[in-house]
Every structure is written in C-alpha cells, then in structure tokens.
Design a protein. Structure first.
Length: 507
C-alpha cells in the first residue's frame, strides 16, 4: 500500500485537490476553478464536465508540485457540495447541467411534496424539512419541465458521485450526501421507499448507498491514464462537504460544534441521534460514520455576500490588493476594521439567494437598512460580516433552545482567515471561537481521514481529535457584546417587517 492519501473536494467555486501523508499532514494542494451559471432568478447551475476537467488538471498539477509518485497513492477519497441533481444516462453522460445546492427553482415541487406527504412526515424521516433546496424538488422539477430528460435518466447523481463514476464505473453515494436529498431515511440509513414511491420517482434511478468509509471500487485504467495515476488505487466514497468539514474540524465526538464560513455558512454539532426542532429551523445530516449524525443549520449567502461586496463595492481595494500582492479580502478587512462595531447602526440582511436556516424563504432578498450620508463602503463591508453573524446566531439559538450545551465553536472555511470576522462572530455568539490550524483544507482533510480509515491507514474517525489542531482562541469582549445584543433583535425585526415586500418582489 502507498503512503499518501489523495483527496478531492468538489466545492462551489472549484475543486481543491490535496495530498496527505499517513500522519494526516498536508503535503500539497492544488485548486482548479469552474464557472457557475445563473440563467434565471433562483436558478444556479454548473457544468459537470467542468468537474471532471478540474479533477484531471488539479491531480496532475498536484503530483508535479508534491513530487509524490503516482504509485505511492494509497487511496482516493472525496468530499462534495451537497443537495445537487445531475441526471446521467447509462453511459454516465450528463443529460443537462447539474442543478446545484443554491438553486431554488423547485418551489412548486416542494409544495407538491408538502401536500402529498406533509412537512412533519418528511422532517421526521429525512431529518430535513421540505425545501426546493434539496434534491427531491429538483428531480421533480426535471420530471415536470424536462420529461424527456427524466425518461432518459439512468441515475440522479450528486457532484462527487459523478466523479466516483468516472473513476470506478460505480453508481454510488454515501449516507451523508444522501441525507441532503429529502429522500433518505436518516435513522434507517436507506432510501425511503415510502417517500420515493409517493413522489413517483423510480428508486432504481437513485445510486447505491454506502458508508462514507467504504472502499467502493478501484481506479480504472482509462481514468488512471487521464489523471496521471496508476490503475487499481482503492476509491473510498467520502462524504458531503458538511460531514467532511466536521471531521476536518475535529468534530467527531458528542457535543462538539463548528462553524463553516465559506460561500454558504453553517453551524453543526456531532450527535449520536438526530435533533428535531419543533420550529423546523434546523435539520440533521448524517455524519461520516454509521449511526453518527450532524444536526445543522445552514444559511445560503455568507461568504457569497462578502464576495458580492468584493465584486461590486471594493474597486479601490482590488486595485490596492493587486499592487501589493494581497487578496482583495485582506484589504477589505483592513478597511472594515476602521469601522466601529455595529457599523453605526447599519444592518445588512444577507439573503441574496433567499434563505435556508432559519427562515426557509426563497423569496427573501439582501437588504441594507439604516443608510445615512455618514456611511461609507467600509461600513457596508463590516455590516455584511455582522449580518452574516446575526443570522448564524439565530441558528445557534435554535440548538441552545433544545437544551444542547455549546461551550465554544470551532471555525473553519475561507472566511476563518479573517481576524475581524472571527472576532465579530465571537462577540455575536458570545462564545469563544476556536480558529483551526487547517481552515480551507478542513473539508479535504475530513475526506482524507475517511479515505485513510477506509483502507486501514487510520484506526477510526476518532483519529481526527489527534490530527486536527487549534491555532487560536478568540474571546468575546463585554463592551462589543452589548452593542450586538442591542442590534440583534432589530436585525430579526427587520426581516419580519419586510416579509410582505419580499413576497411581492418574488412573485
């Protein structure tokens, strides 16, 4: 067996390819971007062939950069963006672009599921409420609006599962990814025959289910040639990005919590049982290990909101960053740090793509409230970070209301590189933030740990507690907490007062 683990993390903006050694140390990483398409409001798609191109190019680049021999790769494992919908034919050819997690076109289909089975039934079986975000509504949208594609579909796949097919020829998914479809029986760890048959989705169109730790096949000779690898390398299923991120944050023991701050953002905990919120604000994914769960609350537009600011507000900052060889975000952070906490009573509602937790409202929109002549672009930038923090606090409080004790929160994702954003979250959450040593690679690290467990390099997922390390503990400050305590209820009330407006704009 080889000495290295190759992990692919198929994210929203591109594929991050990483190599880890047997001690879980990162040897090298490579990133290859791909495009996202927004053909209509609430529609979000990607070309799955771009995924394959990204995997091929990033793998070859990674091998060259790391100097690791192709024959020394012990296993390939995956993480992938969840809740997608990719129809493929019997030969694995995509029949259309993949409808990704952020897409919310299936509003009518979600309502159909609600009328057919009821919100409570779906929530109790799948761990999730009914939403156009999940794969079931997207499958039904294709069935209704693109019936010829539905009939030709051999399998509906998720992002990473398409690449697994390309590598092994196997039609598989794992429990964690399946748990984001609205079709998976969470506690029974199988497709729900009742839900699938009630929605008239042929169960044979769904991939075979596996644990995230299973070796499901070997790299074929054709794929090995395209990737610059050797055939026969074991391929482990891996998991959805949320579950892999949890493992990469070291959240594999009961009660541990983390906040992923990327394009979207979520707060999640490790639990031996699902958490069912009476108000249906949160939901429960399956974790990487059998019979381990991940209660979660996910918002749509976290880093995506800051990215919008980068592209549309930070013209000067981008120029400065280019001249200094910095990231535009670093310069934006420096500007935002000059603004006092609370952004002089400027509030941002971060609902650029509607919202999942806690409101589940596809009609919600992004809003700045409280603008005055005193406010500058820097105020807007800081208000965006604070608005994301306020929305995440609602998710955190949903868990606390269930009697779950959360003492501190581990922070991962690209947004975790921002000191100011980390501090804002500590003060809004009123809890210590543990900024992890591995931030952007946490998801690929979790995938690598799953792969290592799958082939016996690691004894079990508990090894994450030894591999994953805390870089910095950020403490909340009393004076700043008081500012956010005053603004937090105004943030909530602002959304509630604008509900009729959102409805009219979305209609």
């Amino acid at each position: 067996m080889g000495n290295y683990i190759l992990s692919h993390d198929l994210g929203t903006t591109g594929n991050k390819s990483t190599i880890y050694d047997r001690e879980g140390n990162l040897i090298a990483s490579s990133f290859y971007p791909y495009s996202t398409y927004y053909p209509y409001p609430n529609w979000v798609e990607q070309n799955p062939l771009d995924y394959w191109e990204a995997v091929k190019i990033s793998t070859r680049e990674l091998l060259a950069r790391s100097k690791v021999e192709a024959g020394d790769i012990a296993v390939i494992s995956f993480s992938g963006q969840m809740m997608g919908c990719l129809p493929v034919d019997r030969d694995g050819n995509p029949l259309r672009n993949i409808i990704i997690w952020a897409d919310q076109r299936g509003i009518e289909e979600a309502e159909f599921i609600r009328e057919k089975l009821g919100e409570e039934k779906i929530y109790r079986v799948t761990g999730h409420r009914i939403s156009p975000t999940y794969s079931a509504s997207k499958i039904l949208w294709i069935k209704k609006n693109e019936p010829e594609i539905f009939l030709k579909t051999h399998k509906f796949l998720l992002a990473k599962d398409f690449i697994i097919y390309k590598l092994t020829g196997k039609w598989v998914t794992d429990y964690s990814d399946a748990s984001g479809t609205n079709l998976f029986d969470l506690e029974e760890e199988r497709w729900s025959e009742e839900i699938v048959s009630s929605l008239d989705i042929p169960i044979e169109k769904l991939p075979e289910l596996h644990s995230s730790l299973d070796v499901i096949g070997e790299l074929t000779s054709d794929s090995a040639l395209e990737l610059g690898l050797v055939s026969g390398i074991p391929v482990v299923t891996g998991g959805g990005d949320g579950a892999c991120a949890a493992c990469g944050a070291g959240v594999v023991r009961e009660g541990d919590a983390y906040n992923y701050l990327g394009a979207s953002s979520w707060i999640a905990i490790a639990s031996s049982k699902p958490v069912y919120d009476p108000e249906l604000r949160t939901f429960t994914f399956h974790h990487l290990a059998p019979k381990l769960f991940m209660p979660t609350g996910t918002m749509q537009s976290a880093g995506l909101s800051y990215q919008w600011a980068r592209d549309n507000l930070a013209i000067k900052e981008k120029e400065i960053a280019r001249d200094l060889g910095l990231s535009p975000y670093e310069v934006m952070d420096l500007e935002a740090e000059k603004i006092l906490p609370g952004s002089e009573n400027l509030i941002f509602l971060p609902y650029l793509l509607g919202e999942r937790s806690p409101y589940w409202n596809p009609d919600a929109r992004g809003v700045f409230i409280g603008l005055t002549p005193r406010h500058t672009r820097a105020h807007l930038m800081r208000a965006i970070m604070e608005g994301v923090g306020f929305n995440l606090k609602i998710i955190l409080e949903a868990f606390l209301s269930q009697g779950i004790e959360i003492k501190d929160i581990r922070l991962i994702g690209g947004g975790g590189k921002s000191s100011i954003w980390s501090s804002i979250l500590a003060n809004i959450f009123e809890r210590d933030i543990l900024r992890m040593e591995v931030l952007e690679e946490a998801t690929s690290l979790g995938s690598a740990i799953a792969g290592g467990v799958g082939v016996g390099i690691f004894p079990g997922l508990d090894i994450a507690g030894e591999i994953v390390r805390v870089k910095e503990r950020i403490l909340p400050e009393k004076d700043i907490m008081e500012i956010y305590e005053r603004l937090y209820p105004i943030f909530i009330e602002s959304y509630e007062r604008l509900l009729p407006v959102f409805k009219r704009l979305g209609g």
